[in-house]
Design a binder for this molecule. Structure first.
Ligand SMILES: [Zn+2]
Length: 505
């Protein structure tokens, strides 16, 4: 447990000053240089949920001290792309499956359905697991259900609620043909309901919920609904988010419909710009798999200030990836990170982002140690910036993802004496490439501890995991007989990784 203040007077007035003393390492924000940088032996003080000091010795009144020796202090991570209710329930089922014609998400959405009764448990479990790994803020892009906002708020995280709406639904026949079923009203009823949820999120008494305007897919939203939803985002100042350039199949769909790439069509529709993001953004016109002749998409994203929310693990699982993240960043595209589905671990996502980029890049394999034309490379510092400042810039929140006076006291501490962190030459490299969330000790959101000594304080992870475990087998049993599963059972579609042998007599 973190140390608790015994200054009851300060607590009662909400003016408690907490100070981390002499942190061995601290990742600070330097506004003048527009850069994150290490500080050694630094103090960080916060009060009323906001940081009041980062730097040398803090001489002001302190009610509660935390010994920062043997600690690394890091800004709270921001997960900019997450779907809480479609995640946990599929864990262990579909990871090794491949459909050469269609990415898994087209068919899974109709074949494996999260039971309504466990949606709140899925949301709570996923967020709790993300908190444990240093995430402080997340975007939950989910079909709203009763109690969703209260579940988000009680998690202790800072959350952007992004209620799902769409103009069309997918179905897949016989695992081969993708069909779009356009809703009679173009999705306006879902949009109306989503607007009510956004307003409720912003009015939620927790004060930690915000709203995001997020039609589900570019390929599934009518031009009329796109215009109206983007206009709503601009009028309300809410960030805008839409899945686009996420599959080669989608790219060919846009070529067939409009004769251009998804990104170029989004530009024509006026959807690109600051505080606007495309989810995944893998299949830009330069992607080698597409063999498409234009080379405009990357510069369109950079010139308009559009963000790409990058979730490498879920795509790498099926052999897909950006070409390459380092090229996006070098071109000036703002990139934020997310985990999309599972695992619920942003530090893992950061490591995979670097590794996949080096595998897919033609020139950036790490920082060059010999004379070469390479002037920029993607490493631990750059990927941390994407997971903090990059996401905060997209959200229009200069007070998030940064440790500096005036910013929210959202941060986590890492135990430098953890065996996986040692020896500590560069603590971010030890954390991202080796230790992962095993070395995360305490996590604070708005100055309040939500994880202490690696244990989530705000919810019971074990209880929610048990609820999900009880729901997974009935979900798999319900697969057989669904039209798009060709009547095959889950055991036939997604066999176990090893056969179960009969025990010897
Ligand atoms: Zn997504």
């Amino acid at each position: 447990m973190p140390d608790q203040t015994d200054d009851s007077k300060a607590s009662a007035t909400g003016r408690t000053v907490t100070c981390i003393r002499q942190a061995d390492w601290l990742v600070a924000w330097n506004g003048e240089r527009n850069a994150i940088e290490y500080l050694r032996g630094a103090d960080m003080a916060f009060r009323d949920g906001a940081i009041i000091h980062v730097g040398g010795h803090f001489a002001g009144r302190v009610d509660h001290e935390i010994d920062g020796r043997r600690l690394l202090v890091v800004p709270g991570l921001i997960n900019a792309h997450y779907h809480s209710t479609v995640t946990m329930i599929r864990k262990g089922v579909t990871q090794d499956a491949c459909n050469y014609l269609l990415p898994a998400f087209y068919q899974n959405v109709n074949v494996l359905q999260s039971p309504a009764a466990v949606k709140a448990a899925a949301t709570a479990f996923g967020i709790g697991r993300l908190l444990k790994g240093g995430t402080a803020t997340l975007v939950d892009w989910t079909a709203p259900y009763d109690g969703w906002l209260d579940t988000l708020a009680s998690s202790g995280a800072r959350v952007y609620a992004a209620p799902f709406f769409t103009s069309a639904e997918w179905s897949v026949t016989d695992h081969r043909l993708l069909q779009y079923h356009w809703l009679a009203d173009g999705g306006h009823d879902l949009f109306d309901k989503a607007q009510a949820v956004m307003e409720a999120a912003e009015a939620h008494p927790s004060g930690r919920l915000s709203a995001m305007v997020a039609p589900s897919e570019l390929e599934c939203t009518t031009p009329d609904l796109l215009r109206q939803s983007f206009e709503l985002a601009r009028q309300t100042g809410r960030p805008f988010h839409i899945h686009a350039a996420e599959s080669a199949r989608e790219f060919t769909e846009f070529v067939a419909r409009h004769g251009m790439s998804p990104v170029q069509w989004a530009a024509e529709m006026g959807l690109l710009g600051p505080n606007s993001a495309i989810g995944h953004g893998i299949y830009l016109d330069h992607h080698s798999q597409l063999r498409w002749p234009t080379r405009r998409d990357l510069s369109l994203l950079a010139e308009t200030g559009t963000t790409v929310t990058h979730c490498p693990t879920t795509f790498a699982m099926h052999g897909e990836g950006m070409e390459a993240l380092s090229d996006y960043l070098a071109a000036g595209v703002n990139v934020a990170l997310g985990n999309d589905t599972f695992p619920h671990d942003m530090l893992h996502e950061m490591k995979v982002a670097v590794l996949v980029s080096r595998l897919r890049s033609g020139q950036d394999f790490g920082r060059a140690t010999h004379p070469s034309a390479q002037t920029w490379s993607l490493g631990a510092g750059e990927i941390l910036r994407a997971a903090t400042v990059g996401a905060a810039d997209y959200l229009g929140r200069p007070d998030l993802g940064r440790l500096a006076p005036g910013c929210q006291a959202d941060f986590f501490t890492v135990d430098l004496s953890h065996p996986d962190m040692m020896p500590v030459h560069d603590p971010l490299r030890s954390l991202i490439y080796c230790a992962g969330d095993r070395a995360v000790r305490d996590v604070y959101v708005g100055g309040r501890p939500v994880v202490a000594q690696g244990e989530v304080l705000s919810l019971d992870l074990g209880e929610h995991a048990a609820t999900l475990a009880g729901a997974q087998e009935p979900m798999c049993a319900a697969v057989a007989g669904k039209p798009d599963a060709a009547g095959r059972s889950a055991a036939e579609l997604w066999p176990l990784s090893l056969p179960i042998a009969n025990p010897a007599p």
